[in-house]
Write a protein that binds this ligand. Structure first.
Ligand SMILES: [Zn+2]
Length: 119
């Protein structure tokens, strides 16, 4: 499942609000995790305060570089992190994406501080 997530992250094909809009599907542009505006798909993996907090707790701070999409972000982490840290970051993103999707069903999600405990 994590490999499938990584492939979809790399191909920028996760069903983010941005990508759904690109396909002509009308969706709200509010981030499910923080309630902020999800103007671009990279929000879910770099700019969202929820994701930033999870990454900081995983000791994988997200750089302030400007990434054009999730593929660009994934390549940055792959090149600049050792294999263990890269996997930790990727699994953290996968768990965070799962939390985001739980909100779609109205389920209670973990607080960012609880996410590292699930790894
Ligand atoms: Zn957000």
């Amino acid at each position: 499942m994590v490999k499938h997530f990584a492939w979809r992250l790399y191909s920028d094909s996760l069903p983010s609000c941005t990508n759904l809009r690109k396909m002509g599907i009308t969706v709200n542009d509010v981030c499910f995790l923080c309630g902020g505006k999800e103007a671009i798909s990279i929000h879910s993996f770099q700019q969202c305060p929820y994701v930033v907090e999870v990454n900081n707790l995983l000791r994988c701070p997200i750089p302030t570089n400007i990434f054009v999409d999730s593929k660009d972000l994934l390549e940055f982490f792959h090149v600049n992190m050792d294999w263990r840290d890269f996997n930790c970051w990727l699994i953290g993103m996968w768990v965070t994406w799962h939390q985001r999707n739980l909100t779609l069903n109205g389920e209670v999600i973990r607080q960012p501080g609880e996410v590292p405990e699930t790894l």
